[in-house]
Design a protein around this ligand. Sequence first.
Ligand SMILES: [Fe+2]
Length: 171
Amino acid sequence: MSHHFKDTLISWLNDAHSMEDGLTRILENHANDAKDFPQIQTKLQQHLEVTKRHADMVKQEIKRLGGGTSPVDTVKNTFGNMFGTMQGVVTGGAEDQMIKNALSDYAAEHFEIACYKALIAGAQAYGDTQLVRTCETILRDEEEMAHFLEQHLPMLVNDYSLFKISQEKAA
Ligand SMILES: [Fe+2]
């Protein structure tokens, strides 16, 4: 019984790993898009490094449990598809790209929060204290980033809106 549940935990960790890996690429793009917003750009660059670390932490947990990570490019799962879709939505170089990126990043952080909360509950049921601790550490980083985005989103939209309105008045 526990043998089978362990495989389930490993597959959830694999989903988390492909999610973190996919987000690495998205965050790279979004950090580039944020060149006119230094405070946001710095935070995105920091979270990019944090995300790479998460991917590695999850990979180590998979190894410790005796599983293997699937080659990320071939992973077809809900997480990969979801983030693929998000990435598709935001590419197109719209002039409100930053807003679209921020919405997508905010949603992604909350999806990650849901994912790690589920993993924590699963790891607790399985009695794997180390996995619980690893996921709690990652969860705190995601909550911190979600909080940053929550605080900065209105300001970003406000700046953008005022800029657009002033352009219209000047025209
Ligand atoms: Fe993450």
